[in-house]
Ligand binder design. Sequence first.
Ligand code: 5GP
Ligand code: ZN
Length: 114
Amino acid sequence: MSDCLFCKIIAGEIPSKKVYEDALCYAFYDIDPQAPTHFLVVPKAHIPSAAHISTENEAVVGHIFSVIAALAKELGFAEQGYRVVSNIGEQGQQTVPHLHFHVLAGRDMTWPPG
Ligand code: 5GP
Ligand code: ZN
């Protein structure tokens, strides 16, 4: 998707602060962090949102969650806990239409989210 912000970040056309990368996904720090640690994990393939996950592309989601669990250990916030969020569509407050999982850590989270 040539006009997709996160596809451009994955391609290196827009700079980002990389956390992790492999063949299937890319993780980078959010430009407007909402917690002491806040990064995004995205599939390299363009999937518009979590509402567009099907049997054809579901494997990447499991992979991303295993990457997040490993990063949480590596970056040292696995023990105290953290939050993984994917906003979907207009009322879900999704602003970038490329599937992404927010990983937030380093403070007490609130529930329910606003
Ligand atoms: P959403 O609102 O779609 O759930 O999340 C999109 C996230 O992308 C927001 O937290 C926003 O701060 C982040 N974001 C938007 N543009 C950029 C950018 O150019 N670089 C980075 N690193 N993050 C961005
Ligand atoms: Zn994209």
